[in-house]
Design a protein around this ligand. Structure first.
Ligand SMILES: [Zn+2]
Length: 203
């Protein structure tokens, strides 16, 4: 598969000088191991060794949010070299850059902000804890909140939007809110309120 992807891009496998892997979860980048990933279910998987069976060149494994945070530093740093970067997707990822270097923290999990509890006895997270930020602020959570409101409000524009686009997505509530739909505005307001609340937590 790796060779097919490289060939489709118009390159030969010998053109590839190094591999970078961004993977969600707790990553031991020295050993090249995914220590734990709750969203794609990996437990102590030696991912770099697996890749090396197919291609024997330098391979670096990194948490995907760390990789995104570092990429942003290289591409758009604009002189800022210390910041926290957050990604909203299946979960809530984050990367911490301090003086141009990735901060990993204890057990390489120092930036797992998505698994900070923001709601006491809240929803059960895929990590096993309750009330984690990503249960409320991820795109997965936004879609759940949107679908719940669509069921409560069958006349909402969101139902028509979903049938036109063939699915509910993170855009549904925001686009329908912009078009003036009351139920969509409620979804958007609730989502933003939770996210704003989190951004003002003191760690
Ligand atoms: Zn969690």
């Amino acid at each position: 598969m790796l060779i097919c992807i490289v060939a489709d891009a118009g390159y030969d496998i010998s053109d590839i000088k190094a591999v970078g892997i961004g993977c969600p979860g707790t990553i031991d980048n020295v050993k090249g191991v995914v220590v734990y990933s709750n969203n794609i279910k990996m437990d102590h998987v030696p991912l770099v060794d697996e890749f090396r069976k197919y291609i024997d060149i330098p391979i670096n494994l990194e948490n995907d949010a760390n990789a995104a945070a570092y990429g942003e530093y290289i591409a758009n740093g604009n002189g800022v070299n210390s910041y926290i970067f957050m990604t909203l997707g299946t979960g809530v990822g984050s990367g911490i850059i301090i003086k141009g270097k990735i901060y990993r923290g204890f057990n390489c999990a120092g930036a797992e902000i998505g698994h900070s509890s923001i709601v006491m006895d809240g929803k059960t997270c895929t990590c096993g804890k309750r009330g984690c930020l990503e249960c409320y602020a991820s795109v997965t959570a936004l879609i759940e909140q949107t679908e719940k409101k669509m069921k409560e409000c069958p006349d909402s524009l969101m139902n028509e939007w979903a049938s036109t686009h063939g699915k509910v997505s993170g855009r549904t509530a925001f686009e329908c809110a912009r078009a003036g739909d009351k139920a969509a505005r409620e979804v958007k307001a609730q989502y933003i309120r939770l996210y704003w609340h989190t951004c003002h937590l003191k760690y």
